[in-house]
Design a protein around this ligand. Structure first.
Ligand SMILES: [Zn+2]
Length: 83
């Protein structure tokens, strides 16, 4: 799990996450684009949108209509999937 977390951190450093307040986490967290989130957990975009709708992944809408994913929720999902 630590190795997995480190891998995600390395990916994040490259993708430059956006720091913002997450309504679900009630704290400041990193956000990545939907495409980056899909790449990080090795899935496709429809799966990401399904996970957002299911409330598994927290999302944030940008000013231009783009959607960002809360990295904390993405990590939680990834950890649960590995267990
Ligand atoms: Zn969150």
């Amino acid at each position: 799990m630590i190795i997995e977390f480190e891998r995600v951190r390395v990916v994040c450093r490259r993708t430059i996450p956006i720091v913002n307040q997450c309504r679900e986490c009630r704290t400041e967290t990193d956000f990545v684009t939907v495409a980056e989130a899909a790449r990080m957990i090795e899935t496709n975009l429809p799966t990401i949108f399904r996970l957002i709708e299911a409330g598994v992944l927290h999302s944030l809408s940008g000013g231009g209509g783009e959607i960002y994913i809360c990295l904390a929720s993405l990590l939680t999902f990834e950890e649960n999937r590995l267990c």
